[in-house]
Design a protein. Structure first.
Length: 404
């Protein structure tokens, strides 16, 4: 394969890990293209330790400059891919140059949903965004957050721990309602209120006001006005599928791929936030906007690009750290569930929650309980029926339930 050329579009975590995996078996020309001028970096610290000032800037980068030189990976940073010419197997860059490819990986990730007709709002997607928010946390007194999802709540936690007054506005009845359901969403509502966050639920933002290019006020649907030093919007993300769609690849909620992360073009692959990949265990396509996918999918995509028979079968996983609460979540409940069963102390925030459907575990969330993710994963994968009484009983090992 020394005479072949592989190209990766997207220089985030997924792109960097794909380059790393390919260099384990590919000695041809390898180019990594990214819109930002920074080396590839990890995004979770941007709303966690880096934002809170607990991690240094260098700690977020996947590799340093020397590593890319040593691995003979061509970096094209600060460049956009304008188009993919599938017939000629070339990517065309915004500076007019073109790069041939034998295999292409699209790892363009996702971008924040933006509020319509609102300027001066802060978003958190890039390291530069995080730097701006760090300055606000260091100098501000009141931060308003629109959206009670993971990003919004993590920013709220960092701001409260920095001593700012924080208001979170969410149009649903609870934060994280669509992700966790009402039973566990209430845990996070209670957590933030216990830390002094003004949590405004079931509200709608009607207008934004500001000065000096920064949004500093909001008018709600009920006429209430909220004033703040700055406003952050964390209202979700959209997969960056435009390049793939323009190239004629199959797209829905993401770039549609097989379990091997191959798109509708056999020479083009997708990984990370942008991939809507077929999941063998779930029996459907799924797109996951979390760090674990960007970390692990690229190794499978790289192996498939090298002609190996592989499938990505990891269960969806995400985690969060807010105040003194640390949590890991495994599984998927987008098709619905019958009940949530808890093992442990919810009020003390030290428990495991299980989502069940037809007496089978679909997902599990461990809160301040560690070393159990493998057991939860095995229980979900086993598909064995369980009773609510057995799974709530801490004296019954989870591995015994997985064994049936």
């Amino acid at each position: 394969m020394a005479s072949q050329a592989f190209v990766i579009v997207g220089a985030g975590l997924a792109g960097a890990k794909a380059a790393e995996a390919l260099r384990g078996g590919f000695d041809g020309q390898l180019t990594l293209i990214g819109e930002e001028g920074h080396l590839p970096y990890e995004r979770p610290p941007l709303s966690k330790d880096y934002l809170a000032g607990k991690a240094e800037r260098d700690s977020v980068f996947v590799h340093d400059q020397a590593w890319y030189r040593q691995q003979e990976i061509g970096l094209r940073l600060g460049r956009q891919v304008a188009a993919i010419d599938r017939a000629a197997r070339r990517v065309l860059l915004d500076d007019g140059t073109g790069l041939p490819y034998d295999k292409l990986l699209i790892a363009t990730g996702s971008g924040p949903r933006r509020l319509a007709n609102a300027s001066g709002i802060h978003y958190l997607r890039t390291i530069d965004d995080s730097d701006r928010l760090r300055d606000i946390l260091a100098t501000g007194s009141h931060l308003a957050v629109i959206g009670g999802g993971w990003i919004g709540l993590e920013v709220a936690a960092a701001a409260r721990q920095a001593g700012l007054q924080v208001t979170v506005l969410e149009n649903l009845e609870l934060p994280l309602l669509r992700v966790l359901g009402p039973e566990m969403a209430q845990v996070f509502a209670d957590l933030h209120r216990s830390q002094g966050v003004s949590l405004r639920l079931g509200v709608r933002v009607e207008g934004i006001s500001g000065s000096g290019g920064t949004a500093t006020g909001m008018r709600l649907g009920d006429g209430t006005r909220i004033e703040a030093d700055a406003i952050v919007a964390g209202i979700g993300a959209m997969p960056r599928i435009g390049l793939a769609a323009d190239a004629g690849l199959e797209v829905t909620d993401g770039i549609v791929t097989t379990a091997a992360l191959r798109t509708s073009d056999p020479d083009i692959f997708a990984a990370g936030d942008v991939a809507s990949a077929y999941h063998p265990l779930l029996g459907r396509h799924i797109r996951v906007e979390h760090w674990a996918n960007a970390l692990k999918q690229p190794a499978v995509a790289a192996a498939a690009m090298l002609g190996q028979d592989v499938r990505y079968e990891d269960l969806p996983y995400f985690y969060t750290d807010q105040y003194d609460l640390g949590m890991e979540y495994l599984g998927d409940v987008r098709d619905g569930y019958d009940q949530v069963v808890v093992r442990g102390d919810v009020e003390g925030r030290e428990f495991i929650a299980f989502w069940l459907k037809d007496s089978r575990v679909l997902a599990g969330m461990n809160v301040n309980v560690w070393g159990v993710t493998d057991s939860i994963k095995n229980l979900i994968r086993s598909g064995h029926p369980v009773t609510a009484e057995a799974i709530a009983d801490a004296s019954t090992p989870l591995d015994d339930l997985a064994a049936g």
